[in-house]
Design a protein. Structure first.
Length: 176
């Protein structure tokens, strides 16, 4: 319980940090990605608890993170698993990942990407306005120079991915 409270406080404090530059913004978002996974439970069929396998985090489209993801996850684990980062441009490469960041450059392909991932236990995340309403699971938004996030609750239900109530209380929840 104490650890959960500490994590929540970290998230609250972090979300109130001003966004000053892209490198800081995307380094912070990389940290949020890891924190989000602490409040997410994938279906048992994914075998997320098997620490002999890597956690695959993919970015589809233009990479807005620069080297932030690689630097952050070089020593950081997710679910006690080593993190492998893949930068992809082909929808067919999505099926191997646990976590998919959808770049704004994929705006025209979003419907196709979401259709491809719809019944798969892949957590979809973006930082493009309107993407949560269209079906992305978690979407970063910037309000008054602060990073916030939205959660599309129906997307989580459809994928069989469970999101902890504590994370929902910090988000703007969309129920479409």
């Amino acid at each position: 319980m104490k650890r959960t409270i500490t994590l929540i406080l970290f998230l609250i404090i972090s979300f109130n940090l001003p966004v000053k530059g892209q490198s800081i913004e995307y380094t912070l978002k990389a940290a949020f990605i890891e924190k989000f996974t602490r409040f997410i439970k994938w279906p048992d069929s994914v075998a997320i608890d098997d620490t002999t396998k890597v956690f695959i985090l993919s970015v589809i489209g233009k990479n807005p993170f620069g080297i932030a993801l690689n630097e952050f996850f070089s020593n950081q684990k997710i679910k006690n698993k080593k993190v492998e980062i893949k930068y992809i441009s082909n929808i067919n490469d999505i099926s191997e990942c646990h976590f998919l960041f959808i770049s704004e450059s994929e705006k025209n392909s979003l419907s196709e990407i979401l259709l491809f991932t719809k019944d798969k236990p892949i957590l979809t995340v973006s930082d493009t306005p309107g993407f949560a309403e269209k079906g992305v699971g978690i979407n970063f938004v910037t309000k008054k120079d602060k990073i916030k996030f939205e959660i599309n609750f129906k997307t989580f239900l459809d994928k069989g991915i469970k999101v902890n109530f504590q994370l929902l209380t910090l988000a703007t929840v969309i129920y479409n």
